[in-house]
Each structure stands twice: as C-alpha cells, then as structure tokens.
Design a protein around this ligand. Sequence first.
Ligand SMILES: *[C@@H]1O[C@H](CO)[C@@H](O)[C@H](O)[C@H]1NC(C)=O
Length: 396
Amino acid sequence: MQALVLFLCFAALLGHSSCQSLASGPEEGSPDPDSTGALVEEEDPFFKVPVNKLAAAVSNFGYDLYRVRSSMSPTTNVLLSPLSVATALSALSLGESTRESPVHSPGSSSLGDVTCPRRLGKRAPLRIKSSFVAPLEKSYGTRPRVLTGNPRLDLQEINNWVQAQMKGKLARSTKELPDEISILLLGVAYFKGQWVTKFDPRKTSLEDFHLDEERTVRVPMMSDPKAILRYGLDSDLSCKIAQLPLTGSMSIIFFLPLKVTQNLTLIEESLTSEFIHDIDRELKTVQAVLTLPKLKLSYEGEVTKSLQEMKLQSLFDSPDFSKITGKPIKLTQVEHRAGFEWNEDGAGATPSPGLQPAHLTFLLDYHLNQPFIFVLRDTDTGALLFIGKILDPRGT
Ligand SMILES: *[C@@H]1O[C@H](CO)[C@@H](O)[C@H](O)[C@H]1NC(C)=O
C-alpha cells in the first residue's frame, strides 16, 4: 500500500524557546493559604494570558499522553516530547476537510499538485495537493513524503531524514514499519540541557542508583555540594520536589518519592498544568547537597494506541483527508522518537546572586538516586516540553 508520511521535527524548537514570551509580570497577592479546593476557585490570572492558556491546554494533553504511556510501561523508562506529538496532530488537521483549522487557513494555491517521487511500485504516484503542502511548509516547516510501500526502504528513508534533522543525535530505528500504513505521523524531538549553573566534572563519580527496593546499579552521578535549587516537600504525594533552571528560559522540576519505588502513580495522577504552576509558585529557594545521574536516553515508539485510549479514536476513523490527496487515506500510525540528554554542561560556574537563598537554616540533601519523574517546561508560558519517568538512568 502506498503510504504518506508527515515528517515533523522540533529539535530547533527545544534549543531556544519558541513559545512567545509574554511576561506575566509580578503576581499580585499570593493565594490565601486557608482556602480549600472546595470553594469556587478563582481562575489564576496566569491562565488568562492567551499564550499561557494555550500552553496549558497543550501541556494537559501531554500529561494525559504521558500517563497512558507510563501505565503501558510500568517497568521501563518513559520519555516524551508531547509538544511534538501535539504539533504533528495539529499539522495534520490542515489536511482535514471537515474542520477548518482556526490558526492556519490554507491559501488558495493554484500551483498544481505536488508529485512526490517514489522509488518503487508500479501504480501511479500518490499525489499530494499543493494546497496542503504549502501551508504545512509555511507553518510547520515540513513537507509530507510519499513512502514506497516497502517497509524496509521506508524505514531507511525515515531514518535518514531523522538523522539529517537531528544531526545524528538520535539512534537509527531498527523496528520495521508495518506495511499497511496509510498516513504515518512522526514527531521527533531532541533535547540537550544546559544548566544555568554547571556541575564540576571532577565531582562526578560512580554511585549507587536504587532501581527498586532490592536492586542497585552503579551509574555516573554528578554532584554539587552547594547547589542552589528551589525545593518543596509534598506530603500528600510523599515526594520531594526540586526545580533547577536551564538556559533558554527553561527549567526542570523533579519529583522524587520519599521511599524507593517504581510505582510513581500517585505523582503521575496529579500532574496537570495547573498543579505544576502552583508548585512552581510554592517552591522555596534553598541550598542543598545535590546529586543526579548523567542522562542520555532515547525513546521510540508508537503513540497510536495511547492516543486511541485518550478518546482520540475519531482521529483514526472519521476524518476526511481529501485536502491532502484525492485518494481515500487514513491516519493509521503516530510515531514518536525522542532523545534527551544532560551532563555537567552549563552556562556559569556560580549561581547568580539573585538565586541565593535568603537565609540558610539547614543544608538539605537531594539525591536523585532512585526512580523519579522530571518535567521540562518553558519558564515563561509553562509549556511542557519534555516529560520523563526515569526508572533506570542507563536506559532501557
Ligand atoms: C501503585 O500506587 C497506587 C497509589 O499509591 C496504588 O493504588 C496502586 O495499586 C499501586 N500499583 C501497584 C502495581 O502496586
């Protein structure tokens, strides 16, 4: 069967924050600590800013997607860039004739249809309408490709494209593509974190990481005996939360259970844009003895089933993609490839004076030496860029 593939790449997006920064300004008046959720909740002014509101909606899609993925893989790492999946789906909506995308109205291009080259097959090439290609290219910087229908060659082509886009940072996939693919949507993302305060490589050493109550492995752990981080203890979730800033207006929030466990359900269930935003406001700047594993992980997999479980089944059976091509065509597979990396690299050697804790009463320990969750966000809008469940820092 002929297949269409939409390649979408968001590496650049993660390098420098592309979400428009609308500073929300200093927030007036902190919420009354006695107020309970039972009362009618005032909408946080933060979410009244359109960009933040949009970011929150897309991020909530991401947290949902993460939960589904995580429950499907209870014993392995999960790594997702939900934004790339959301954007891929949104790009595809340009081709849906039942729904007009409010953001992008395809221009009335009359350049004639684009015929994508095919290497194999005897049938007439699948023609993709230029009225779909032009706006896709303009808004998303990507072009659809027609695959050959030979799963091995197609995989090679996809791998080559991913390699070229990601400058070889993501490993080649060896998984064969199913041959019944009609539209394959591919969201790809790679991220390498740069800490605002770099770690001293001389302090990195092999340390224990507790996989669960019984098993321990030795992994390279970075450490900073005088780290400045934002911290909070969540007794409802039985976890210690810490936030570390990255360059490019991004930050990572870690969720570390009080005891070693691979069951992070309790924390996962509470992840929403609103919850993370509240946490962000409540964390206090402290000084801590910080250790965390060096990380270089990659992930590839289908998110088709997850999306179907998220009641997005209609994406796969009802849409009319006649804007894409004259032939009947269906979305059959959504794939995600993601890479994530952090090591000692960072911008500066010492924390900026503004980050100094007001008063040092005691020194905290914060050791990410057991399963944890991390959330990488754009600081200005709160947009979720990456989310991961790290059960084994060596990768899986
Ligand atoms: C994981 O933890 C949740 C909440 O604490 C609990 O309801 C659930 O049964 C646990 N799952 C497993 C597999 O132990």
